[in-house]
Design a binder for this molecule. Structure first.
Ligand code: CA
Ligand code: CA
Length: 92
């Protein structure tokens, strides 16, 4: 697999790992999202794992308001963060 294909597979695998912890295997509950943020994005998001911050982020990500974060909603956050990182690393 190419690096990009590998990255895609890793994202799908990571999402599934957390989504499968409770309730629906295909979506993240708030608790699952918190775990994922804490373990996978810890240093990148800084204090984003505070309860209030997780509540805000969860509501922002859950665009169809079904009280869970599906893969499409999750990948939107990853895309935004990746664009931010890219901007940071390419700053002159
Ligand atoms: Ca779940
Ligand atoms: Ca949702």
């Amino acid at each position: 697999m190419s690096d990009v294909q590998n990255a895609m597979a890793l994202l799908i695998g990571s999402f599934s790992k957390y989504a499968g912890r409770e309730g629906d295997n295909n979506t993240l509950s708030k608790a699952e999202l918190k775990e994922l943020l804490h373990n996978e994005f810890g240093d990148l998001l800084g204090k984003a794992t505070d309860k209030a911050a997780v509540d805000r982020l969860f509501e922002g990500l859950d665009t169809n308001k079904d009280n869970s974060v599906d893969f499409k909603e999750f990948i939107h956050m990853v895309t935004c963060l990746t664009v931010m990182c890219h901007g940071h690393f390419t700053k002159k």
